[in-house]
Design a protein around this ligand. Structure first.
Ligand code: FE
Ligand code: FE
Ligand code: ZN
Length: 284
């Protein structure tokens, strides 16, 4: 079964997200841990979280992926901004212990002129001050498009962050198809080669999730503008190869396309149809 879902609003709480996911045919979902543009985080109600976990048991929904706010910049130039990143991440990870099996995804950061090396160092430093030995949540570094001074636009940069993190076993990678395309990786004509490169540099065992997005721009544009599946420069055939690729089998896929719920529902159905072979195999 294809494990697929989309980004959902968390404004009505956890149980509501699980129900919404099921209502649109999703078996996974992503949510922001707090307002994506920053600010204080709402408390999570334990009863609501537990109701969601109970709902998972009786439905096909699971694998919630928490996304850190966009304003979190672990390698900002100003210490105040870096401290917000540290505190927000620490608080998010503490809360996520309530949700066994959830993962936490964040944008490594933008070095704002300090250089890639310094950026990598500061990001690893934040992780080293945040992760702890007994935490259960896996933290995912998202592959970035390379817009502005974004760190994490190459597999090598992600690897360098991981190498400098003491508790490496708590780290994984979320590959965003729009971002890697915009960063220059040819997942349309050489998906095999890109996955091989990922395996050599990072290791496919570290790949824990896929953000499934088409791109409004040409490969290497470093723009990061998501498009609906099949309507951008990546195109439908490439997505068919991606969701059916044996090396990506079993990973959760999350849509972050410019859609309302109906649009997500249609994309999920379309992608499920594309891998009917795989689904049939499981149900036999
Ligand atoms: Fe993201
Ligand atoms: Fe993404
Ligand atoms: Zn993006």
């Amino acid at each position: 079964m294809l494990r697929i879902g989309c980004h959902l609003s968390s404004s009505k709480g956890f149980l509501a997200m699980a129900k919404t996911a099921e209502s649109i045919g999703a078996s996974a979902f992503q949510f922001f841990t707090r307002n994506p543009r920053g600010g204080a985080a709402k408390q999570w109600q334990e009863a609501d979280v537990n109701a969601m976990l109970a709902y998972f048991e009786g439905s096909g929904v699971g694998m919630p992926l928490a996304h850190a706010p966009y304003t979190l910049n672990a390698c900002a130039g100003e210490e105040k901004t870096r401290n917000f990143a540290l505190e927000a991440m620490a608080e998010d990870l503490r809360k996520l212990e309530m949700i066994p099996g959830a993962m936490y995804n964040f944008h490594p950061g933008s070095h704002v002129g300090q250089g890639d090396e310094k950026g990598i160092e500061l990001i690893a430093d934040t992780l080293n001050r945040t992760l702890w030995k007994d935490q259960q949540t896996i933290v995912l570094l998202e592959t970035m498009a390379g817009k502005g001074s974004e760190v994490g636009r190459s597999f090598e940069q992600l690897r360098a962050i991981m190498d400098r993190t003491a508790l490496q076993e708590k780290l994984g990678v979320c590959l965003d198809t729009c971002h890697v395309w915009d960063a220059g990786y040819d997942i349309v004509d050489d998906l095999e080669g890109v996955l091989e490169e990922f395996d050599c540099i990072i290791g496919l065992n570290r790949l824990k999730a896929i953000h499934l997005n088409d791109s409004m721009n040409a490969r290497g544009s470093r723009k990061d503008r998501h498009e609906k599946i099949g309507q951008g420069h990546i195109g439908l055939e490439a997505f068919e190869r991606i969701v059916n690729h044996p090396r990506l089998k079993g990973l959760p896929f999350y849509l972050e396309t410019p859609n309302e719920l109906e649009g997500y529902q249609a994309e999920i159905a379309m992608l499920r149809n594309m891998c009917c072979g795989q689904d049939a195999e499981v149900s036999m």
